[in-house]
Design a protein around this ligand. Structure first.
Ligand code: CTP
Ligand code: CA
Length: 226
């Protein structure tokens, strides 16, 4: 397959990417999380680096090697990830890509000691986490901001809604009900939406797709040389 990815096209640009799941503590030994593998975010970090960008990868816990030539910031919870993202964007950011599967809620009370088993039923109260990509997109110095939409139904309609509501420049819609292209797969097929346009990418490896997405971001953000 021809790699047409524009080499050096992101030279001098700073790209910040969130990836992987977040972990929300229940107590010192337990957490709430999800099945995100981090593969898509890591592939995007590598593709952006290959395009010449200076890349910071803010990652929840995953089982992937740290990409070479990338600034790596490991985090655990959504609140930690937000703090890392804001301070990274404070330094400078041209493109922000939110590939992380951020836990939407976290336990409200986190006891310092391990919870002991007692009742037959237990309830954990959860409160909403901050929306990281929406916070970045609300900044005065907003970078070109890209989100993902992980959906199991009405994929395009929900993605379109998130594009508007979060004030994103682009959203990558992902049908996670399909096992071939879900959270943990090697391959992915997506539709990328922006204000007044869209492009679909057929099933392909996450690394090939990442290169295509970086190319598309580069041209939508007007960084293309041609
Ligand atoms: N996202 C984020 N911070 C959150 C939740 C989501 O930055 N607290 C980002 C994700 O990284 C992704 C986009 O928002 O780029 C959409 O995430 P998704 O889970 O699909 O949407 P939600 O807005 O959380 O809505 P819902 O889960 O109800 O569909
Ligand atoms: Ca969510």
């Amino acid at each position: 397959v021809a790699q047409h990815f524009s080499e050096g096209v992101l030279q001098g640009k700073r790209v910040v990417i969130t990836a992987g799941p977040t972990r929300e503590a229940i107590d010192p030994v337990r957490y709430v999380s999800n099945h995100s593998s981090g593969k898509m975010g890591y592939a995007l970090a590598i593709a952006a680096r290959n395009a010449g960008a200076s890349v910071e990868l803010i990652s929840g816990p995953v089982a992937l090697p740290v990409p070479e030539g990338v600034k790596y910031t490991p985090v655990s919870s959504a609140v930690d990830m937000l703090e890392a993202a804001e301070s990274s964007v404070d330094q400078q950011c041209d493109i922000f890509i939110a590939a992380a599967a951020v836990a939407d809620y976290r336990p409200e009370q986190v006891p310092e000691q391990k919870i002991k088993k007692s009742q037959d039923k237990m309830v954990i109260e959860l409160i909403k986490n901050p929306d990281i990509v929406a916070s970045i997109a609300a900044r005065k110095d907003k970078p070109f901001t890209v989100g993902f939409a992980a959906e199991t139904q009405s994929v395009i309609a929900y993605a379109e809604g998130k594009l508007q509501k979060k004030n994103l420049d682009m959203i990558i819609a992902n049908d996670v009900s399909d096992q071939r292209i879900g959270f943990n797969s090697e391959d992915n097929a997506v539709t990328v939406l922006w204000q007044g346009g869209r492009e679909s990418f057929s099933l392909q490896s996450k690394s090939l797709l990442a290169g295509n997405i970086i190319d598309l971001i580069t041209s939508r953000a007007n960084y293309s040389k041609n």
